[in-house]
Design a protein around this ligand. Structure first.
Ligand code: ZN
Length: 811
């Protein structure tokens, strides 16, 4: 008997999370449940109201930064749910698959409207770190509600004679199709197949319900820019090696896999096999009246049988470089659409120049003059709908598109990003591309390998079934919304995140829970098998305002605001987005004050722990390079950052939004136990200390002005110290030589932030003349510069509604 297991498990949830402590009734002793077949699994006693703890209230002023970097609370079923459905070994609470802005929701629509807060679920469909916690069930018989299509879960209610049941989502009556098969479901003893928050079903017996389109085995089309610019920056040489080596990984990952190559400059050419060992380049004749000269199968090369021909072509790739400066990318994308029209696939597009030919032509919009004007953010709007439309066609055909952009020249990333954004793709920008450095080539190798082999699902169709009177309002993330409650991701990789936002259409049934069901129907890239992944989430229903606020969660709330802002970048200038964000934050806390009858200013109100971090995160987003007012940030760089923010998993987002900063000297003094993060405040950084700062992309070693070389002896190996003090700035992580404990810590953090490649170590020595130090102070540290209000100042400005980020620069 393992009676203490669930209690230990619960204690692992961050204690600061009020939603956790609120439900974590100390009186609820786990007792063994004789009805459950696996007698090791205990059941909880029913909570009574008397057991509820009063939420601890905290000031809205600066939250502990440690709470930003400790784990984010997962969606977990409230304790009542555990009383009905024994939690068994349902480990979703420990793995980051699903988060919600509200774990307690109101019953009445009017109460929901009073909250001025979004109800959203952040879903990460696949998480390789925790896939072992998914329950795989083979050959089950599943039933769906005939009214709303939701699968039957343990939350259904039966009538007295057990001939019908009420669907847990729409609350309409269904006849039990086969009483014998459903006998396992009851509130006391659920059918083991249905009791998990996250379960995956294969070989479902009544498979008619699982219609989805046929996908072909993993297929990758490489679109390679062979213009003069590509040759000039030596991209083709590096691609030759990178594609060759990742193709070998592909062969190891998938049993069946095919590839195709499209070369593009002022014309489009495809590669076809002539003999067994060679490929021939065929130039597509007419750009305006475009057709494929052979059947599609002719261009799709089988990686197992045609590997010799592919290897010999890749070996010669640099010789395909042309002298043309024109790029007709649109025609290459059209060719790709034809190639993958029947069964989907993925395109990887390598761009070294701006598409400037044909209907897809773009022009240079970014210049020093526009950057310095008040209209700085208008160039961040997409220029044409061409790429959006072709991306929609791609998504419709289950074609995903990854974009690789090389060099600092202007690429109009904002317009091109529609390609990955609508098709579940990735955007990789190498602005400081230099083929001669290992850093650049390593990064490309790793990103490419990740693009090709991190595949979890093909042709994923997501269906969301919210409870009755709650409607799916919008979907964020790089997905394609097909219908009211359906969206799709062509090729799903393990770091994909989707945000579903809901709205109330009426009031909920007076029940204990509101159940949300998310179904993922996909084809496995490894076995070709149709698979159904089912996420079920039961939110507690409560009308008490304080319970509702205590059940919220800062990170998913923030994630919703971030995604909404990103969606607005398609049509709004950055100044308007900054204003919108601060107004929404004001709205939220004004509503909070009204609902809880508090009258103090923001800087002195108390709030439940669960929402304390929220304004700090918004403040950090407003300061982020993607969004803050500045006249010297290239628009491509901003667009790329926005894209990364909007597609990152929550774990990675923590670093991108609020970089992790630790004191190196404290670290070594405390026997290298993991140090407490330092707030990103100039005042908190001692002048005789050195700091490590990680923003999810780069690792900074910040050496303040009074640090002497001997101070660094305990953290750096001796031979590096003269180099650090000698003015060298860029180090690879290997060459910086931290002592072992710090090296371990750094690697742990890099893993958590899901970096595909190792970051560089950038050494920043404090001095008034160092532009790097000034940049760190202004953009990463929350400083008292006039450019941006510090956090306390920000709260006061919110009170007076005077936050105006457009003019804060000139004031
Ligand atoms: Zn239903």
């Amino acid at each position: 008997m393992n009676q203490t297991k669930p209690r230990t498990k619960r204690r692992e949830y961050p204690s600061a999370q009020l939603s956790g402590s609120y439900y974590d009734s100390s009186n609820a002793q786990p007792v063994p449940n004789p009805n459950v077949s696996n007698s090791q699994e205990p059941q909880y006693e029913t909570n009574t109201e008397g057991n509820m703890l009063q939420p601890a209230m905290v000031s809205l002023m600066r939250p502990d930064v440690n709470s930003l970097h400790s784990s984010i609370s997962q969606i977990k079923q409230p304790a009542y749910v555990h009383t009905l459905v024994p939690s068994t070994d349902d480990k979703i609470g420990e793995a980051d698959y699903m988060f919600s802005s509200m774990t307690v929701i109101p019953r009445l629509r009017s109460t929901f409207e009073k909250l001025h807060a979004p109800l959203s679920i952040t879903l990460r469909p696949f998480n390789p770190m925790h896939e072992e916690t998914v329950h795989h069930i083979h050959g089950a018989e599943l039933f769906r509600c005939r009214w709303c299509g939701a699968f039957i879960t343990s939350f259904v209610e039966f009538n007295a004679d057990r001939t019908t049941f009420l669907c847990s989502a729409c609350a309409l009556e269904n006849k039990i199709p086969n009483a014998a098969n459903l006998s396992g479901i009851s509130c006391v003893q659920p059918n083991p197949n249905l009791q998990y928050t996250l379960a995956e079903y294969t070989g479902i017996r009544n498979g008619r319900a699982l219609y989805s389109r046929a996908m072909r085995p993993p297929t990758f089309v490489f679109i390679i820019d062979v213009t003069l610019q590509a040759t000039q920056v030596s991209v083709l040489h590096v691609l030759k090696d990178a594609i060759s080596s990742s193709i070998n990984d592909l062969k190891e990952s998938f049993r069946l896999v095919s590839v195709a190559f499209i070369l593009v400059a002022d014309n489009v050419s495809l590669l076809v096999p002539t003999t067994k060992d060679t490929l021939e380049q065929i130039v597509l004749p007419d750009l305006d009246d475009f057709f494929l000269p052979y059947p599609v199968e002719h261009f799709l090369l089988d990686l197992n049988t045609q590997s010799k021909a592919i290897a010999s072509f890749l070996n010669n790739l640099p010789s395909f470089g042309t002298t043309s400066s024109s790029l007709c990318l649109g025609n290459a994308l059209e060719a790709c659409k034809e190639l993958l029209s029947n069964g989907g696939g993925k395109t990887l597009c390598f761009l070294s120049s701006l598409p400037n030919l044909g209907s897809s032509a773009l022009a240079v919009r970014d210049s020093v003059a526009t950057l310095n004007s008040v209209e700085e953010s208008n160039i961040l709007l997409p220029k044409t709908d061409y790429y959006k439309n072709i991306a929609l066609d791609f998504a419709d055909q289950y074609i995903s598109s990854d974009l690789f952009v090389f060099g600092a020249s202007y690429h109009d990333v904002k317009t091109l990003e529609a390609l990955p954004q609508l098709t579940g793709g990735k955007l990789h920008c190498y602005f400081d591309w230099n083929a001669a450095t290992d850093n650049c080539t390593d990064a490309l190798h790793k990103d490419l390998r990740f693009s090709l082999t991190s595949l979890n699902a093909l042709g994923c169709l997501i269906t969301v079934t919210p409870p009755k009177n709650i409607k799916l309002h919008c979907v964020h993330g790089n997905v394609y919304r097909r219908a009211i409650n359906k969206c799709s991701i062509p090729y799903v990789s393990c770091d994909q995140t989707v945000v579903f936002e809901f709205e109330f259409e009426g009031s909920l049934n007076p029940k204990q829970f509101a159940t949300f069901q998310i179904q993922l129907l996909y084809t496995s890239p490894y076995t070709g098998q149709k698979t159904l992944r089912l996420f079920t989430y039961a939110a507690a229903i409560n009308e008490d305002m304080l319970s509702l606020y205590s059940g919220m969660d800062s990170f998913p709330l923030f994630h919703n605001y971030l995604e909404t802002s990103f969606a607005e970048t398609q049509s709004k200038a950055l100044t308007d987005i900054r204003t919108m964000l601060s107004h929404r934050l004001c709205d939220f806390f004004n509503a909070y004050k009204k609902n809880t009858q508090l009258r103090h200013p923001f800087s002195s109100i108390v709030v439940p722990n669960a929402i304390q971090r929220f304004p700090l995160l918004i403040h950090a987003l407003l300061r982020n390079t993607a969004l803050r007012y500045a006249t010297n940030i290239p628009s491509d760089f901003r667009s790329c950052l926005w894209f990364h923010l909007s597609t990152a998993t929550l774990k990675r987002l923590r670093f991108l939004i609020y970089p992790l900063c630790v004191s190196l000297i404290e670290f070594s003094k405390n026997d290298f136990t993991t140090p407490h993060p330092v707030p990103l405040l100039f005042e908190c950084m001692r002048s005789d200390n050195a700091y490590l700062l990680f923003d999810g992309i780069s690792l900074y070693l910040i050496v303040r002005k009074d640090v002497t070389p001997d101070v660094l002896v305990s953290v750096l190996q001796k031979d590096v110290i003269p180099e650090v003090f000698g003015g060298k700035v860029n180090f690879s992580l290997k060459s910086i030589k931290f002592v072992q404990q710090i090296d371990d810590f750094v690697h742990k953090v890099i893993d958590e932030a899901m970096c595909t490649s190792l970051p560089n170590v950038i050494v920043v020595r404090e001095s008034n003349t160092s532009s790097l130090w000034n940049w760190i102070r202004q953009s990463l540290l929350e400083s008292s510069f006039k450019l941006f209000p510090g956090y306390s100042n920000f709260l006061q400005l919110l009170d007076t509604q005077k936050v105006n980020f457009r003019n804060s620069h000139s004031s």
